[in-house]
Design a protein around this ligand. Structure first.
Ligand code: NDP
Ligand code: 2IT
Length: 495
């Protein structure tokens, strides 16, 4: 097969060479003529291949060609476009409107320099990003990630996922993401402040309460949002809901801090209930020990489940007595130290280096750290050792092969764009409270959050059933998220 394709490649190259030489040699050998005949034949086959490809496949092929160095973005787009095939390849209106071509191209990509000065007076320059992907159903909305791994591919994958996630919430918010390759680890509070101010010195031109509303993500929590907000107000003289996840004293919403983790557990509880299982009986493994992980652990334990793990990028803790969430909060939110410190609180727990997914045994897995943290081998190990549900707290923590394992092995699997949507949904509730210049109680926001998560679950389930993909919530989430955005884009014309 390989040799055959080499021959084809050579023949094609010969052909293109010859075509490009105008008025070349008149005499041609029989071999050359055969060559040319074969070449035209191959070219026709290629044309035919393109013609028989479905609309969604053609858009994906083109996307891969145009974005060769963006693996995470291509990974996210591949999953979505494959899921959408039964919708977009059977209705020619979408192709006529160039809907998918428009959907996969950000409306606007902003990249900029962030110069800042450290405590020793040394100058540093980081790169800032804001990808405003889609505003069909509302102002751009999505977090800001501060992590050294940040690049355009990562921000585009996150922004693309955000379009469908935000649509699933049922609230009027478009999709965006931003961030920087700045590493907050080990920085002093003043360095964090100067960096955030420098970031906003450029970002403020592109954001606003009705335009684009950033929030937190990896490396960006309440402290960073506070500094970003302070600088926005300084530069614009406007007190408005330009960011969510704000402090409670300046427009933040109660329950936003808890929302992503709590929402993840609410939808997991519903999934289990709908499949004859009970969260109280579950032994749950969590990865990460940041915002999402902490509040997922807290809510799961409040509901009576046993959570036995958490982790950071250095290693993981397994505590058979149940993770002590107050200790994790103290280590991560107050002291900003490594998770290994947990052993000082609970010497009976175990600490291991590497990934928790290579070692933990659980009924339910809640990956809450980062993208592609579960690979195929780890997925097989989880399935072999009795795990029956995986609900993503992070964005795309399960890689494509691992997702396939879960779906093939009938593991209940909720994709992040559905199961972690509680964070952005509560951000939208914060925007609402800012608009009416009022605030709701913790219980009011929490009840709305729970209602939104349960709605997402049944909305996804309905899409699964409609498209003959029972319990394939990857397809269900992508299709359900897409429909609203597609309707809005069709109604608004070619823009
Ligand atoms: P935090 O910064 O609060 O915590 C991130 C956690 O993940 C930390 O424990 C961190 O460990 C770990 N982690 C980060 N990067 C890596 C890596 N490359 N390898 C291994 N571990 C890593 O972030 P959040 O909890 O807010 O976000 C976690 C995930 O949830 C992300 O995928 C984010 O996009 C997603 N998410 C967040 C929402 C929110 O509201 N915050 C909403 C929806 C999704 P360490 O400290 O060692 O880096
Ligand atoms: O990935 C996400 O949904 C978030 N980081 C939250 C975004 C938001 O605007 O609250």
């Amino acid at each position: 097969m390989y040799i055959y394709s080499l021959i084809i490649d050579n023949v094609s190259r010969n052909c293109y060479n010859r075509v490009s030489v105008k008025g070349g040699a008149v005499v041609q050998s029989l071999i050359q003529i055969t060559d040319i005949t074969l070449c035209f034949f191959i070219k026709n086959i290629k044309t035919m291949e393109v013609l028989v490809m479905k609309y969604s496949e053609r858009v994906l092929e083109e996307l891969k060609k145009n974005n060769p160095y963006q693996p995470e973005f291509i990974q996210a787009a591949t999953e979505v476009l494959e899921s959408l095939s039964p919708v977009v390849d059977t209705d020619p209106r979408y192709e006529k409107a160039g809907l998918l071509e428009r959907l996969v191209e950000p409306e606007r990509t902003i990249m900029f320099r962030i110069p800042w000065v450290d405590d020793n007076g040394e100058v540093h320059v980081n790169r800032g990003y804001r990808v405003q992907f889609n505003s069909a159903i509302g102002p751009y909305k999505g977090g800001l990630r501060l992590h050294p791994s940040v690049n355009l591919s990562i921000i585009k994958f996150l922004g693309f996922e955000q379009i469908f996630k935000n649509s699933l919430t049922g609230l009027p918010i478009g999709g965006a993401k931003g961030g920087s390759d700045f590493d907050p680890k080990g920085k002093s509070d003043m360095e964090i402040m100067r960096f955030c101010q420098a970031f906003m010195n450029e970002l403020y031109k592109y954001v606003g309460a009705d335009e684009d509303v950033p929030a937190g993500d990896i490396g960006t929590g309440a402290r960073e949002v506070g500094y970003l907000y302070g600088q926005y107000k300084k530069l614009t003289n406007r007190s408005e809901g330009v960011l969510t996840g704000k402090g409670l004293s300046f427009g933040g919403s109660l329950a936003r801090t808890e929302a992503t983790g709590y929402g993840l557990v609410y939808i997991t509880e519903e999934l289990l209930k709908d499949h004859g299982k009970n969260i109280q009986d579950a032994r749950i493994a969590v990865s990460g020990s940041g915002n999402v992980a902490i509040y997922a652990i807290e809510k799961a334990e409040q509901l009576g489940a046993k959570v036995i793990s958490c982790s950071d990028s250095s290693g993981y803790i397994i505590d058979e007595n149940g993770i002590d969430v107050d200790a994790v909060k103290q280590i991560k939110e107050v002291e900003r130290k490594r998770i290994k410190e947990y052993l000082n609180y609970h010497p009976d727990a175990t600490y291991g280096e590497g990934s928790v997914w290579d070692n933990v045994i659980c009924d339910v897995a809640l990956p809450c750290a980062t993208q592609n943290e579960i690979n195929k081998v780890e997925a097989q190990r989880l399935a072999d050792s009795g795990c029956y549900a995986v609900c993503e707290g992070a964005n795309m923590p399960t890689n494509a092969e691992a997702t396939e394992v879960f779906l093939d092995r009938d593991i209940l699997f909720l994709p992040g764009k559905a199961s972690n949507a509680g964070g952005v949904a509560t951000s939208a509730l914060e925007m609402g409270q800012n608009s009416i210049r009022s605030s709701w109680t913790f219980d009011e926001v929490d009840a709305k959050l729970k209602g939104i998560m349960i709605n997402i679950y049944y909305h996804m389930k309905e899409a699964c059933e409609q498209f003959d993909a029972k319990d394939n919530f990857v397809a269900g989430a992508n299709i359900a998220g897409f429909m609203k955005v597609a309707d809005a884009m069709m109604a608004q014309g070619i823009v």
